[in-house]
Design a protein around this ligand. Structure first.
Ligand SMILES: *Cc1c(COP(=O)(O)O)cnc(C)c1O
Length: 346
């Protein structure tokens, strides 16, 4: 057999896989690092897009889920649970199905993108919509693990962070070095923590000679880390980062400190502008939350000539509602040559 075998096999040396005799994989990872010509020109820098939307379930969550489900299975779990803004539930449901485990997902009612809900349902998870927000869903998932024999696979599960560090490995493997700046959306703050761990491990093993500054971006209506206090009712169009009390808040602050980085806020308008821009000028259709990374570098600028990687965390197809509502409706015309000619200015 040849070809990409999935993260746990390709990067086996970087993980503790003691007790694991069967890896649960959908051949996640190995995602494109695209050179962004227009953005590079606009910013006077070398800008790359790490497009995580082509993972098996359409987001970077698959990197953490291959590890979390592999370990859960190795430890004899039969059931997993997560609270989710959508993508975690899609990934958990898919990997649980592959492993033959039951999966329960708690999502905030009416607050997750349509495609993500569809994924969890079709992969066969037990989906419960709670009358509450993501933070409450996560708290309840945690509490349930005290009462039921069930393993939590949110990013508070350390196996998730371990798997997700591979995003950093792949970037260095392609560029031959760490970027000067890694721009990334921040919700629960697990991914910024994971990327930093990956960059550090490669640096310590002399796979790279430098470390990036870590620039995290929250949505302005859901920016607890920027504000310095939890947000009771987070609001943003970027539903994947609509989180008021991040689980990895403290680790994320350490990342910012150690990397001389920053976590800043971008508005929904900034996010939607960036979302349309990367689609139109870089041909990448990401979801709104993902575009926070690009919105951030466009808003705050980058040092001239810097090498910048923006992580685009998920696939735009997951959120058709935002795609349609942020574009003009296509006109309907008669099925005649005349009507088309008149519409197209012929
Ligand atoms: C989960 C998610 C994020 C946020 O990642 P955190 O680890 O929670 O900070 C950003 N974008 C997308 C598309 C996500 O699914």
């Amino acid at each position: 057999m040849s070809g990409w075998q999935g993260l746990l096999k390709e990067y086996a040396a970087w993980f503790d896989l003691a007790g694991v005799d069967e890896v649960v994989t959908l051949q996640e990872g190995n995602t494109p690092l695209l050179r962004a010509d227009r953005l590079s020109e606009r910013l006077g820098a070398h800008v790359w897009l790490k497009f995580e939307g082509v993972n098996p379930t359409g987001s970077f969550k698959d990197r953490g889920m291959t590890m979390a489900i592999t370990k859960a299975k190795a430890h004899g779990a039969t059931k997993v649970i997560c609270g989710s803004t959508g993508n975690t539930s899609a990934a958990a449901a898919a990997y649980a199905a592959k492993a033959g485990l039951e999966c329960v997902v708690l999502v905030p009612e009416g607050k997750i993108a349509l495609g993500k809900l569809a994924q969890a349902m079709v992969y066969g998870a037990t989906v419960l919509q709670i009358r509450g927000n993501f933070d409450q869903a996560l708290d309840l998932a945690r509490e349930l693990t005290q009462h039921l024999p069930i393993t939590i696979v949110n990013s508070i599960n350390p196996d998730r962070i371990e798997g997700q560090k591979t995003g950093a490995f792949e970037i260095v493997d392609v560029l031959g070095r760490a970027p000067d700046i890694l721009a990334i959306p921040v919700g629960n703050a697990g991914n910024i923590t994971a990327y930093w761990r990956g960059f550090l491990q490669y640096y310590e093993a002399h796979r790279s000679t430098s470390l990036p500054r870590m620039w995290g971006f929250q949505a302005a209506g859901a920016a607890p880390i920027v504000l310095g206090h939890p947000v009771a009712n987070p609001e943003t169009i970027a539903s994947a980062i609509r989180i008021g009390n991040p689980a990895s808040w403290v680790p994320a602050l350490e990342v910012v400190h150690e990397s001389h980085g920053d976590i800043r806020a971008v508005t929904d308008d900034d996010i939607l502008d960036a979302y349309r821009y990367v689609a139109r000028y870089e041909s990448v259709f990401c979801e709104p939350a993902s575009a926070a990374s690009v919105a951030g570098v466009l808003k705050f600028g980058v040092p001239e000539g810097a090498t910048v990687v923006c992580v685009l965390t998920g696939n735009g197809l997951k959120d058709p509602d935002t795609a349609l509502s942020s574009s003009a409706r296509p006109p309907v015309v008669d099925a005649t040559l005349e009507a088309l000619m008149s519409e197209l200015g012929g």
